[in-house]
Design a protein around this ligand. Structure first.
Ligand code: AGP
Length: 612
């Protein structure tokens, strides 16, 4: 996912922008660039590779008199990652320069129109077509810079988050969004543009979230936001961001992922803060409190998400089915958005997303809303597109999750889903002893998770035995089946080792053919279904498989069937996923680090998939 930073103010823009692009590196990218409005006009430096290469390029050139600039990290969609395709892109005359996150779907039509008017593009990118088109209109229509950009965007079909500069206007930058998030930072006589708040927070906490189809014109006298299609001014609230700079720094950890794994006692605590009244056994989720009846009255319950969030969705479906006794359908958002479905006004759709910007999930929400569904978001990123698109929702309060591999967001998603199931059960009058026990056990989860983290060294040692493995199987039953899927995803996405998760009982329907001494198998064992899974373990052991057991039960007995054993605390079966996933996160992390992988920015991956 691309990253955008813009700056207008009294500082050296190159320093602000380079630092900001480094804060956006977690999004995944393959080239970087910057454009500065200096005494000699619009000057661009860009290159394939990392931001530090761009920094080296900049140090070899000195642009005087600049207080305005835009920067970009590109995750290639059109055109290979090389210098010519890197952003910023300028038109042939050098009058307009632009950076872009998204996809211009009708770039072919625009490119053809430009060619018919004698304008040839140099790169393979859709972005260059956009900047050439803006410059073409600027020349032809003789409108102001901002009116020209708005006019051009009205012709665009597709998704964009853009920042634009014009050679004639040394004190103006324009930001516009449709489908790719952009935020403005409002400082003391300085203004910022960011793909999210991380490049901005060290300078100001005052943020304006642009909404779909909005364009901001920023000058030294302030900013103005208009609706691109209707061309009317939009009054925007300036919101204060709460998280601290420290939360987006590594704070001494080697990787953000490890920091976020170790943050989980706190992040799980934060997910429950102000929401659990232990004394009265009550749960309160402010964001949906007024909509509980609407949710309960729904005849159909769907949960949709992608990736790790989909694994949380599967756990959520088990929780809701067990605790409120209602059938729940879980759908991959990428399937739900296209597949004909029976969704109607009797449906409530829960959507789960850490970033709140995943294109498939956002599209699935929009589609189901058109079909009449009532939508509930379970999101981490405050003010994100999914948070704004859904009818109501609950923030998970996990804090910024920088590592591409989702960890603390997952456990906080499951924590919120657990509270949601309890809240709905109580609303349905099912305020049973079991519900009270679940509440009592929930507040103990942070301490239980901490006890596993205290045993991290033991897991690191086990990881050392599997650095050369090429395949892994993860097996679990019931609530532990989604955890098996999540453990497998963690391993494959950061260590590039092929891994699969299965319901343990499925082994005999095919996968057991894979078992030999080169196929390590991770079993997740809890009290529920203990005897059954022990027989699964024995089946694997009998065929020479290497066995790692994560267990809350009978470690002594199980050690006779396992090569390695990780013991964890025990709690109510429905809450065990939050516990059992922790050792799997650590196992994946240590194997990947021992393999020398870039754990925070795994190859080919982005932190949030904002393109299809
Ligand atoms: C999980 O570790 C991955 N980063 C990925 O599967 C992620 O969960 C998925 O892309 C969904 O992202 P979201 O939660 O931000 O919507």
């Amino acid at each position: 996912m691309c990253g955008i930073v813009g700056y207008l103010g009294h500082r050296d823009p190159s320093k602000v922008i380079i630092k900001g692009l480094k804060r956006l590196e977690y999004r995944g990218y393959d080239s970087a660039g910057i454009a500065l409005h200096s005494d000699s006009g619009l000057v661009t430096q860009k290159c394939a590779g990392k931001v530090k290469e761009l920094e080296k390029l900049l140090s070899e050139s000195s642009e005087a008199g600049s207080n305005l600039g835009i920067g970009h990290t590109r995750w290639a969609t059109h055109g290979v990652p090389n210098t010519i395709n890197a952003h910023p892109h300028s038109d042939t005359s050098g009058k307009i320069t632009l950076v872009h996150n998204g996809i211009i779907e009708n770039y072919g039509t625009l490119k053809k129109h430009l060619k018919e008017n004698g304008i040839e593009c140099q790169s393979d990118t859709d972005t260059e077509v956009l900047v050439q088109f803006i410059a073409y209109l600027y020349e032809k229509e003789k409108l102001s810079f901002s009116d020209t950009v708005r006019l051009a965007l009205k012709e665009v079909v597709g998704a964009y988050g853009i920042a634009v500069l014009c050679k004639d206007e040394p004190d103006t930058m324009i930001a516009a969004r449709f489908g790719s998030p952009l935020v403005l930072g409002i400082g003391e006589n300085e203004w910022f543009i960011g793909s999210d708040t991380s490049p901005i927070i060290e300078y100001t906490r005052n943020i304006v979230f642009l909404d779909e189809g909005e364009m901001a014109t920023i000058t030294r006298s302030g900013f103005e936001v208009i609706n691109i299609n209707e061309n009317h001014i939009v009054a925007k609230d300036i919101e204060e961001i709460k998280y601290s700079l420290d939360e987006i720094e590594k704070s001494g950890f080697d990787f953000f992922m490890l920091k976020e794994i170790f943050e989980q006692p706190k992040s799980i605590q934060e997910s429950m803060r102000g929401r659990i009244d232990l004394e009265n056994h009550h749960v309160k989720l402010g964001g949906i409190q007024d909509w509980l009846q609407r949710i309960i009255d729904a005849k159909n319950i769907y949960i949709t998400a992608c990736g790790t969030s989909w694994h949380a969705a599967l756990i959520g479906s088990f929780l809701l089915e067990e605790i409120i006794q209602k059938p729940v359908k879980v759908e991959y958002a990428s399937e739900l958005r296209y597949r004909p479905s029976a969704i109607n006004s009797d449906t409530v759709l829960f959507s789960i997303s850490q970033s709140g910007e995943t294109a498939d999930t956002l599209a699935a929400i929009k589609k189901t809303k058109e079909l009449g569904a009532f939508t509930v978001g379970i999101v981490n990123a405050v003010g994100s597109s999914i948070a704004r698109e859904t009818d109501c929702g609950v923030y998970i309060h996990a804090g910024p999750e920088i590592g591409v591999a989702s960890t603390k967001a997952f456990t906080s998603q499951v924590s919120v889903l657990s509270m949601m199931a309890i809240l709905l059960a109580q609303r349905l009058g099912k305020d049973t002893e079991y519900i009270h026990t679940l509440i009592e056990e929930m507040v103990k989860l942070p301490t239980m998770v901490q006890s596993i983290l205290d045993d991290a060294e033991h897991i690191e040692k086990i990881a050392g035995h599997f650095v050369d493995s090429e395949h892994f199987l993860y097996l679990g039953r019931g609530y532990q089946f989604p955890v098996a899927l999540e453990g497998a995803l963690k391993l494959k996405e950061i260590s590039y080792i092929h891994a699969e998760g299965y319901p343990a009982a499925e082994m005999k329907h095919g996968p057991i053919a894979l078992i030999d001494e080169n196929m390590p198998v991770v079993f997740i064992v809890t009290e529920k279904g203990y005897e059954k899974i022990v027989s699964n373990i024995q089946e694997v052991k009998a065929r020479g498989g290497r066995v790692i057991i994560v267990t809350s039960e009978n470690a002594e007995e199980l050690s006779q069937y396992s090569d390695h054993i990780i013991t964890i605390p025990s709690t109510e079966n429905a809450l065990m996923p939050i516990i059992t996933t922790i050792p799997l996160q650590l196992l994946a992390y240590y194997i990947a680090v021992l393999k020398g992988c870039d754990v925070d920015q795994p190859r080919n991956l982005a932190k949030s998939v904002t393109v299809e």
